[in-house]
Design a protein around this ligand. Structure first.
Ligand SMILES: Nc1ncnc2c1ncn2[C@@H]1O[C@H](COP(=O)(O)OP(=O)(O)OP(=O)(O)O)[C@@H](O)[C@H]1O
Ligand SMILES: O=C(O)C1=C[C@@H](O)[C@@H](O)[C@H](O)C1
Length: 285
């Protein structure tokens, strides 16, 4: 007998990248990854596939099914498939969304349940096992699973805060790709004292100011252009940053100001695409 399960989880944008100091903050985007898992009894493989990305590495989603089955001492074989609205290798947490969506789908297939935070931690374990993260990216995983704004300690996997916030978001996705696993960790650690200042802003819920400070610091450390950030500030936005390890930038604010940023980013004309979305406060299902 074959059992089938479904799951979906969110992409996310950065407020504070945790690679420097282990403290992170991120928000759930209204962009989703959908997973379907089909399983039957047996000790054959779990075979992954990713819609419209036949060449992409399927290790993460296969591991996510495998460690969930292991937890329940089940030996099963089958397939895992994802379809996504989130550009990958852009800093928009498509790996966190894939891991969360697949774990939800696997539990759905085997008719088991887990505490939400334990599911997130299992996704972090799958990401670490697959080598797609530096800190485990517990911040991204929480934003992807719970939505809203989250503040975390990625060293201890502690979720300090989850706050609902209504805001529109504009994403600029340059054409190049960047993998978190290839990022410059030593340079990210060098900016720690100033990232601590951005963390103070996060604690005081000054998310827009925090993300902009984060953006200038990480653009400097990782060699990304600050021009998209300056253009956004000139258009009147307060919150704009490089998302994660780049190359995408995210801006958060009022609709009319984001309209101006969109026009300015289009005029800046380096190719790439713009995505208009919002913070999703509902989270994964
Ligand atoms: N939609 C997806 N479906 C299946 N696996 C995915 C998906 N997105 C990412 N992954 C897996 O995660 C790996 C790394 O993810 P990704 O390419 O998105 O880069 P990243 O460095 O994690 O940055 P970000 O997730 O922030 O964009 C991919 O090589 C792939 O194995
Ligand atoms: O791989 C990682 O550990 C991380 C990657 C980026 O998305 C960061 O924004 C995140 O805080 C940590």
């Amino acid at each position: 007998m074959t059992v089938t399960g479904y799951g979906q989880a969110l992409g996310a944008g950065t407020i504070l990248n945790a690679i420097s100091t282990w403290k992170g903050a991120a928000f759930g985007l209204d962009l989703k990854t959908f997973a379907r898992v089909e399983l039957s009894q047996g000790d054959g493989p779990i075979e992954g596939s990713i819609e419209e990305n036949e060449d992409m590495d399927t290790t993460l989603i296969e591991n996510a099914v495998g460690i969930t089955l292991d937890l329940f001492n089940l030996k099963m074989q089958g397939t895992v498939h994802t379809r996504s609205e989130i550009p990958h290798a852009s800093g928009l947490k498509s790996s966190s969304a894939a891991a969360n969506a697949v774990i939800i789908a696997t539990l759905d297939a085997i008719k088991e349940s887990m505490e939400p935070l334990d599911m997130v931690k299992l996704g972090v374990e799958a990401a670490k096992k697959s080598g797609v993260t530096i800190t485990g990216a517990f911040d991204d995983a929480c934003a992807s699973f719970f939505g809203g704004v989250v503040v975390t300690d990625n060293r201890e996997d502690i979720l300090f805060k989850r706050i609902k916030k209504d805001s529109e978001v504009l994403v600029f996705v340059p054409p190049q790709k960047a993998y978190s696993s290839d990022t410059d960790v030593a340079r990210s650690k060098l900016i720690g004292p100033w990232i601590d200042m951005a963390y103070d802003l996060v604690i005081h819920r000054e998310f827009e100011k925090a993300m902009t400070l984060n953006g200038f610091l990480y653009c400097g450390a990782l060699g990304f252009d600050t021009e998209p950030m300056m253009i956004a500030l000139e258009s009147g936005i307060e919150g704009v940053t490089l998302s994660g390890t780049g190359p995408a930038y995210v801006a958060m604010g009022d609709s009319s100001v984001l309209d101006k940023v969109a026009k300015a980013w289009e005029k800046g004309g380096t190719g790439g695409k713009l995505i208009r979305t919002k913070i999703n406060n509902e989270g994964a299902i």
